[in-house]
Every structure is written in C-alpha cells, then in structure tokens.
Design a protein. Structure first.
Length: 280
C-alpha cells in the first residue's frame, strides 16, 4: 500500500524534472540561434557591446569622481558602488539577452504580434521572451563581471553568493518587465508607460541605497523594486545575513509567480478580443 501511495509523487517529480530539462533545452536552443544570428554581423555585435561598456564606464566615472571628493555617502563607499555595478549590470544584461522581448512586451501585445506564439505548443510567455536577444546587453554583462573582478572578492564563497544574487536580481528585473508590459492587456497602448517604468527601475537601481528614506524607500521595496535588484544584494555582499537572502529569493520567486499570473490573466482578454474581432 505504501508503495502505491508513493508512486504518484515519484511520477510527479519525474514529470517536473523532464519539464525542467525540456525548458532549459528550449531556452539554450534559442540562445544558440540568437547568438548565431548575431555572429552573422560580427562587427555590429562587437560595436554594440563595446558601446554599452563605454556607456556604463562613463556613468561609473561620475561616481568615481564623486567619491574622490566625498569619501562616503551615508555609509556607502566607492567599493560599494563598484559592487552595485557588479550586481546590476550583469543582472540587467542577462535579462535582456536571454529574454530580450521582455522590454518589448507591451509593443508586441498592442500590435497583435502574440498571435504567432499562440499557435505554437510551447509556453506562450516563455516563447515570447526568449525569441529575441538584445545584443548590447552582453556589454552590460561584461562590464558587470569586470566590476566584480575589480572589487577583488574572489573567494569561492563570495563567488557562489554573487552568482545567486545576480540570478535573483535578474528574476526581479524580468518579472517587473513582464508586469509593466502586461499593462497593455488592460489599458491598451501602454508602450510609453512600460518603457518609462523599466528605465526608472534601472536608474534607481544604480544609486546607493542609503540615499533613500521614508516613502521613497518603501516604494523601492514594493512598486519599483530597486531595493531587490540592487541594494539588498549589495548589503548581503557587504555583510551576509541568511534571513536577508531568504527574503530576496522569496521576493524574486513571488515576483515571477505574480508576473506569470498577470500575463495569463491578460492573455485571456487578448484571446477574447481576437475572437470577437474575427466574428465581427
């Protein structure tokens, strides 16, 4: 009897494992295809990556000059800003390279371009996100890794923690992009609003967390989660607290779950609209 009761659980775990492997294979296949397409125009690819690295470097120089004059900003020093860039740049870069349509989701919805993905067997949201790569994002990834090397904390424990934090930050970025883009399901032309929301999140993520107080800080822990894309990861690298990591991972998972749920809810409205149009 015990064996019979355990079999569904085993089957379920096996099915979940196969589904996870299939999903990873699907994402990696799209990554290879997108990279191969980018290599067809290698000079353009390299130019865009180098251009993004220079753009990041110019913005970083501003902070370097600032800290040359003022050694600390409410407890944050230059090495903390270096680590801030080491987290934010690769997490954002990976989000827009692996899931390049996240920033264009509102446009795809408004223009009715989801129709193509609805006819395919794969998960609609995942397929939409991975079907495009933003080439300059690789420049962000490279700059962020260079900043991490510059910070000089290369012991195995820090490298593992850093990798986990970048992954969590990327998940929050991606979830926010999906939520912002999904506004188009409910309010129509939300392209400008989604773009401004995403740019605001990136901008706030690049400022030291100690600068924010009161309601602004509350905003960064909720509607514009820059605290979880940047400030909390840096604080965990400064002083690791297991509970803080648990909160960050929980928020990342919750954000992804909310983004998927909102997209699915909006997708039902999108499908209904298309059916009504066809009938008309």
């Amino acid at each position: 009897m015990a064996d019979k009761l355990e079999m569904p659980a085993r089957v379920s775990c096996g099915a979940l494992w196969k589904r996870a492997v299939s999903t990873l294979s699907f994402v990696s296949a799209y990554l290879r295809v997108n990279l191969a397409a980018a290599m067809e125009y290698r000079a353009s690819f390299i130019t865009q990556c180098v251009g993004m690295m220079l753009n990041d470097a110019i913005m970083f120089v501003f902070w370097w000059l600032y800290f040359e004059r003022f050694p600390a900003v409410r407890g944050w020093e230059l090495r903390d800003v270096v680590m801030l860039w080491a987290v934010v740049a690769p997490s954002f870069g990976l989000a827009v390279t692996l899931f390049g349509n996240g920033s264009r989701l509102a446009t795809l919805i408004v223009q009715g371009q989801l129709d193509y993905y609805l006819a395919l067997p794969r998960n609609v949201l995942l397929h939409v996100l991975v079907s495009r790569m933003s080439l300059p994002g690789w420049g962000d990834v490279a700059f962020g890794l260079a900043a991490f090397l510059l910070a000089g904390r290369l012991d195995p424990a820090t490298i593992v923690l850093y990798s986990v934090l970048v992954g969590a930050s990327m998940a929050v970025f991606l979830a926010f992009q999906v939520l912002a883009g999904s506004l188009a399901f409910f309010i129509g032309n939300a392209e400008t609003a989604a773009t401004q929301a995403q740019n605001t999140l990136v901008t706030l993520s690049l400022y030291p967390g100690s600068l924010f107080r009161g309601w602004t800080k509350l905003l960064l822990f909720t509607l514009l989660p820059a605290a979880f894309t940047a400030h909390v990861p840096v604080e965990l690298l400064r002083r690791f607290v297991p509970a803080g990591l648990a909160v960050l991972l929980g928020f990342a998972c919750g954000s992804m779950a909310l983004a998927v749920s909102v997209f699915r809810l909006g997708l039902r409205r999108y499908e209904s609209g298309n059916l009504m149009t066809l009938r008309g």
